[in-house]
Design a protein around this ligand. Structure first.
Ligand code: C5P
Length: 231
């Protein structure tokens, strides 16, 4: 089938700290903008036919500079106020492309690689969505009053969700449209929207490398890791 990709990159990255350096998807790690690495992973994958990127309306120039020649043929749309809104707008921009499936990915996960994309694509069998995830390894605590632990959450059977998350195209677009019409804007990933819409979602093996660069510290660690690897 024909597989399109949505890369959501319209966040402001407030949690990484601004300090004049701009949103984290445009920060450089190993000498290259985060989003350029992300984009390359999908452009280089033979199963991917179309790519749409949702950016913030203020970031057109940042995106052009960061993506360079990798932006050619990529659909660029303005995102919305939430990740959910940005995803929906990017999916809508792909409607005419005749896609069988869409992979939806956070721009701030630049360490996605071909084998992870392969696993997600394989997980799409039988009309299922496909979710890469890692078993939770930390012991989970519930916070209580005044910083005192209120309890321990059993971690058996719990997974941390990653992206890219794959879905049959028509089903996930319909789920987004229904969530939008229902006034829901609080879904933090697309698998949650699929669950809400009763689309079965298959767990596939994530990748320990596929971290989400949320905090300034994570950008520094990614940079150090790439430097150590000789990039
Ligand atoms: O903010 P959060 O950690 O959920 O961001 C995950 C991804 O969603 C990031 O790549 C970010 O740029 C994107 N995002 C978006 N539109 C928003 C908020 C976040 O595309 N309004």
């Amino acid at each position: 089938g024909r597989i399109g990709v949505v890369i959501v990159a319209a966040g402001r990255g407030e949690r990484a700290g601004q300090s004049g350096e701009g949103p984290k998807q445009y920060r450089r790690i190993g000498g290259e903008p985060v989003i350029r690495r992300t984009l390359r992973a999908f452009r280089d994958h033979p199963a991917v036919s179309d790519i749409a990127v949702a950016i913030h309306p203020d970031d057109s120039e940042l995106f052009r500079d960061a993506a360079g020649e990798l932006a050619s043929g990529v659909i660029v749309v303005h995102g919305g106020a939430t990740r959910q809104a940005s995803t929906r707008l990017a999916l809508l921009s792909l409607v005419e492309r005749g896609l069988d499936a869409a992979l939806i990915h956070d721009a701030v996960r630049p360490f996605v690689d071909a084998s992870l994309i392969d696993r997600v694509v394989d997980g799409l069998a039988d009309g299922c969505g496909s979710l890469p995830a890692m078993p939770v390894s930390d012991t989970l605590k519930k916070g209580g009053m005044s910083g005192i632990v209120a309890g321990t959450v059993p971690r058996a059977g719990l997974f941390a969700a990653q992206t890219p998350q794959g879905f049959p195209f028509a089903a996930i677009l319909d789920a987004h449209e229904r969530a939008f019409s229902a006034g829901r804007s609080d879904f933090t990933d697309d698998a949650a929207i699929a669950e809400w819409a009763d689309i079965p979602v298959r767990l596939v093996e994530g990748s320990a490398d596929n971290v989400k660069l949320t905090w300034a510290r994570e950008i520094e660690m990614a940079n150090a890791r790439l430097s150590a690897a000789g990039f």
